[in-house]
Write a protein that binds this ligand. Structure first.
Ligand code: SF4
Ligand code: SF4
Length: 397
């Protein structure tokens, strides 16, 4: 007789999954239809049926360290075909959300970001911070056009103040991610080796990084999304939002370098090349195209969520919070620019201020929110590629 193992269900875990859209997981009767129809599930040790068992038994440790949970792209094919309406796609989505919260530090902030009751405080916090820092440093000017003769976001909310707030915010997000990802990879590796899921049993960080080009190309081309059946059009929306963010990060980086480079060159802020930049500037074109891509992508996401069949996919607070953030960033970003161009001084400063609040929420709350899946999934795919998840399966087949 084999060794007996006493399973200890984590009831709190099951409850949390339920709150995040997996309230149907107990309906599963293990028919395995989901594993058969999943377009990206491998033949050996397929998902998501085994994850449905683990979830219904409350095996949180087994699930949060499971690389397969992150290979799922939540296309919904399995949920659409599930004869019991157990929505396995949503169950895996809620496990990912739980894992993000588990690995993020500090835990109190992770809990707050995932608690709808805390949203007003989290959103109001940057407003208070901006005003306090602006008043202390004198780097906020509420009527800059009276002194400088033109409307300028940089004169209203100084670039110094922006960088004083956002450089530490970005650093905070990077540190939180670095700490969480280190534990995530280590746990995932130990679990994959123990289950015999991977061909490679050592963990070499340099080799792991070497797998990055292939994985990043797969992500940028959205190869996995194109294998979906039910929600094939999701690839376009996802691409618009992803490339919108990438475009805006490039624009921010270029203008950051231009501002501080020219300031160092000329030795003065007044002489430096700062905003507002000409609409003929190619970097500005990229900013506008990226902003529009973000807006359109977010609107289509909103429409899809509003009209989604709840039997196939249910939206959780984390889903709505993500759409709200992306939409808020796009609307206020474009709104600040348009209102500046038409000369509405007060409106443009208010909208720009709110835009900066959204940017603060993006950076500081990113490692705790659903958007962190971009980073965690990339790392899990990197690990699967490095460790030879596919190779192990071919050998085992
Ligand atoms: S989730 Fe649905 S399709 Fe998958 S095993 Fe359970 S009942 Fe079958
Ligand atoms: S949601 Fe799509 S990718 Fe994820 S397990 Fe279901 S069928 Fe597979």
């Amino acid at each position: 007789m084999g060794d007996r193992k006493l399973l200890e269900p984590d009831v709190q875990f099951i409850q949390t999954l339920g709150e995040r859209g997996a309230d149907t997981l107990k309906k599963c009767y293990q028919c395995a239809t989901c594993s058969v129809v999943c377009p990206i599930s491998p033949d050996n040790k397929p998902f998501p049926r085994k994850e449905m068992i683990a979830a219904s038994w409350g095996l949180s440790d087994k699930l949060v360290t499971n690389v397969d949970v992150w290979l799922c792209h939540q296309c919904g094919d399995c949920s659409a075909k599930c004869p019991r309406g157990a929505r396995p796609g949503d169950v895996l989505g809620s496990v990912r959300s739980y894992a993000i919260q588990k690995y993020a530090r500090p835990q109190w902030l992770a809990r707050a970001v995932n608690d709808p009751k805390k949203l007003p405080i989290l959103f109001a916090f940057p407003a208070v911070l901006f005003v306090v820092l602006g008043l202390i440093t004198g780097l906020m000017d509420f009527t800059p056009e009276l002194r400088h003769g033109h409307i300028s976001h940089g004169m209203f909310f100084s670039s110094w103040l922006v960088d004083m707030i956002f450089v530490p915010s970005m650093t905070f997000a990077l540190v939180v991610f670095a700490m969480g990802l280190k534990n995530f990879i280590t746990d995932m590796h130990e679990a994959a080796v123990a289950e015999g899921k991977v061909a490679r049993t050592d963990l070499n960080w340099l080799d792991l990084i070497k797998a990055a080009p292939k994985v990043i190309l797969t992500i940028l081309r959205h190869d996995k999304f194109s294998e979906c059946g039910e929600n094939k059009e999701r690839a376009t929306t996802h691409m618009m939002v992803l490339f919108g963010f990438i475009g805006l990060f490039i624009v921010t980086g270029v203008f950051f370098v231009v501002l501080y480079g020219s300031m160092a060159w000329f030795g003065s802020y007044e002489l430096a090349w700062h905003s507002p930049y000409s609409q003929l500037n190619p970097v500005k074109w990229l900013a506008n195209v990226a902003g529009i891509a973000l807006l359109v992508g977010a609107l289509v996401m909103l429409k899809n969520r509003l009209f989604k069949d709840e039997k196939v996919a249910k939206s959780s607070y984390q889903d709505w919070a993500l759409i709200g953030l992306v939409l808020g960033l796009a609307v206020t970003g474009l709104g600040a620019e348009v209102s500046r161009l038409i000369g509405a001084a007060t409106v443009t400063y208010v909208v720009y201020f709110v835009h900066l609040m959204f940017v603060f929420c993006l950076f500081v709350y990113l490692p705790f929110s659903k958007l962190a899946h971009l980073v965690y999934r990339t790392v899990a795919m990197l690990y699967a590629e490095y460790a030879g998840r596919e190779e192990a399966l071919k050998k085992a087949a």
